[in-house]
Design a protein around this ligand. Structure first.
Ligand SMILES: Cc1cc2nc3c(=O)[nH]c(=O)nc-3n(C[C@H](O)[C@H](O)[C@H](O)COP(=O)(O)OP(=O)(O)OC[C@H]3O[C@@H](n4cnc5c(N)ncnc54)[C@H](O)[C@@H]3O)c2cc1C
Length: 445
């Protein structure tokens, strides 16, 4: 990879180098007309958290990004009988839903790996020292000559023709472009940890697959990962007062976690009691943005573009999809000699409807619970949990993980080209006759 500054290139700044920013660097550095700069507030790039799911859409982009080979070795594949995921009632342990892992050689098996492995596979594609670290963006000034950036260390950079905000859920770039958009605390925290599988080997009835254990207001996720690790990721309700002190990924002790899961089935109570220490994440989310671009020179990417609060467990893949489309749009408009604003328009046309669809699913989850409460108020807690889980999982949302943005992009451009051809034809016919042609009526077979 060569990332060389030159005159007359499109100057692009990327703020944030999580999975989204890294994918943007790799994709954009392949465009010969781009001069790229990337900044992150962190003094070193490391991933906090635990595991990350590699679904079909994640895998497609890891291949495109040149990072799949480094990940393949961690993929745990089965023989067609391997259960890939389960949904259980967390109070009774009852199995409500399960899915087998695919053995189709053309479809990657869903698997879950430690998050730092994904981060490393992407970072390995980028020259050392390219990302400027300890650069926390503080101010954005939009001038006629471009976007000027100031950082908390007192330095500045720019002007840039395009600013990409890949700065995560609490995006400073989003705040600048959409000052009325507000994030709020969801009332939930996530507790996450990785422990050796040997530490839970004595506990009966632990599923070999990934498993969600549902209760009314909380859930627990368990998953044996590659190389002998066991992941536990949970959700619990916490008041706003108690999370005000909480930073993202703060270490907390066992006592602060276990009491949330006292009502759970014995298997889960035993598992939750094992780790001494957990990481706590306060979950923030916000309404959907109508558009992921601003002023023909700012684009939001990854969590910055869709503050969904980790819903669907596929945020890295969504960020990869964003980065892919943005690079394609810039290449397409460059080839056509069109201004950068046209590229951003295309990016928005492809990505905003996708996020609209995801928010609709999330709203559907909320209304399933309300509908059940309204239509069947006599259900006891376990019946409610079972019914809500069945309804949420009956809706087939697997398209999210199978989504092929490369096809969607191609089809979008084909439709655009076809409409331009039609317009040309329409204008030509108008010129010849001075009249608009009659509409073509399809003849049925
Ligand atoms: C509990 C939880 C579980 C999840 N599980 C999964 C999963 O299984 N699979 C999956 O695909 N996704 C999962 N996600 C989502 C996933 O972590 C995110 O969607 C993904 O990390 C988004 O990548 P990003 O690059 O957009 O943002 P981030 O990873 O948040 O990266 C943002 C970067 O911007 C930098 N930054 C922020 N502000 C500034 C600033 N002002 N100046 C400079 N730099 C800045 C940060 O240091 C960071 O490096 C989960 C999320 C949560 C919360």
């Amino acid at each position: 990879m060569t990332i060389q500054p030159a005159e007359n290139k499109l100057k692009i700044a990327i703020i944030g180098t999580g999975p989204g920013g890294l994918a943007a660097i790799i994709n954009l550095s392949r465009l010969p007309f781009v001069e790229l700069s990337a900044y992150d507030q962190a003094s070193e790039l490391r991933e906090v958290g635990a595991g990350i799911s590699i679904n079909q859409n994640t895998w497609r982009h890891l291949q495109l990004l040149g990072a799949a080979d480094a990940i393949e070795q961690f993929n745990l594949r089965g023989d067609g009988t391997k259960v890939d995921s389960e949904q259980r009632n967390g109070i009774t342990g009852e199995l409500l839903f399960s899915r087998l892992q695919t053995v189709d050689p053309n479809i990657p098996a869903r698997s879950r790996i430690e998050r730092y492995k994904l981060q490393k596979a992407l970072l390995d594609q980028i020259p050392a020292g390219f990302i400027k670290l300890s650069k926390r963006l503080s101010t954005i000034i939009e001038l006629s000559k471009g976007v000027q950036l100031s950082f908390e260390d007192g330095t500045t950079a720019g002007p840039f023709d395009l600013l990409i905000g890949a700065d995560g859920i609490r995006s400073a770039v989003r705040k600048h472009s959409f000052p009325d958009h507000k994030l709020s605390y969801t009332g939930k925290v996530a507790y996450r940890t990785l422990i050796p599988q040997s530490a839970v080997a004595h506990i009966p009835n632990i599923p070999k697959s990934s498993c969600f254990w549902h209760a009314k207001d909380t859930h627990v996720y368990t998953d044996p990962l590659d190389n002998g690790l066991f992941e536990i990721a949970t959700r619990a309700s916490e008041t706003e007062e108690s999370v005000k002190k909480v930073s993202w990924g703060q270490k907390i002790k066992r006592d602060q976690v276990v009491h949330h899961y006292d009502e759970y089935v014995d298997t889960i109570r035993q598992i939750i009691a094992v780790p001494d220490e957990w990481l706590e994440f306060a979950m923030f989310g916000g309404p959907r943005l109508e558009s992921v671009i601003s002023n023909n020179r700012i684009a939001l990417l990854g969590d910055a573009s869709h503050p969904l609060s980790g819903a669907f467990g596929s945020g890295a893949a969504f960020a990869f999809e964003d980065a892919y489309v943005l690079a394609k749009a810039l290449a397409y408009t460059k080839a056509k000699g069109e201004p950068i604003g046209e590229a951003l328009k295309l990016y928005d046309e492809v990505r905003s409807p996708h996020y609209k669809g995801l928010y609709a699913i999330l709203n559907g989850f909320g209304s399933n619970a309300k509908d059940i409460q309204a239509s069947s108020p006599s259900l006891d807690e376990n019946e409610f949990i079972n019914e809500r889980t069945r309804r949420n999982w009956a809706a087939n949302n697997s398209w999210i993980y199978e989504y092929d943005v490369t096809k969607v992009w191609k089809e979008h451009i084909q439709t655009l080209e076809a409409s331009k051809d039609f317009l040309k034809l329409d204008l030509a016919q108008n010129d010849e006759t001075g009249q608009k042609p009659l509409p073509q009526i399809p003849v049925s077979a």
